[in-house]
Design a protein around this ligand. Sequence first.
Ligand code: SF4
Ligand code: SF4
Length: 169
Amino acid sequence: MEPIEICSKQCKSKCCKSTPPALTKSDFERINKLHENKNWFNNIDQGENKTIVIAKREDSNNCYFLSEEGLCAIYSSRPLDCKLFPLFFKINKINKSEYNLRWLVWYCPLTDAKSLDVLKEEAKTKIEIILSEDPDQLFEYQNAMYASQGYKKKHFLYEERLKIKKSGE
Ligand code: SF4
Ligand code: SF4
């Protein structure tokens, strides 16, 4: 089964019906350009940790962008939080080109369908691209995740720490 079928048919898009995705600045700007209706997001203010998350549907716990067929209506523009799921990470800058990453994997049916190594390699590739193009977005992602309620509640299946170099350095 392809990952998209696992998500929509087997799992029935559980992650899109739970904690609202937290947004980085560029996530917000990209999605906001697509929507004149401003009901699609909510602000979360927890002291220093301020962030914006995608709103829930008025009549359910579903993400604002989850269609009745269980598909994402903004798939190609979805937030980094959704692109990386079921992986999360914490990042610290060591110097100009090196970062310490702590991988955390949240259990979901995709972790059964693909091996953890495959998921990690996919996420590592995405992160290396962002590090070379827009490293600030990774720190924004981390801050957004800290500010989202769900991040604190999650239980993780797997954890690994590694050092990553910005490509081309
Ligand atoms: S990413 Fe995981 S939890 Fe989310 S819809 Fe797919 S299988 Fe379900
Ligand atoms: S933006 Fe798309 S992928 Fe992310 S939670 Fe909403 S429906 Fe799911």
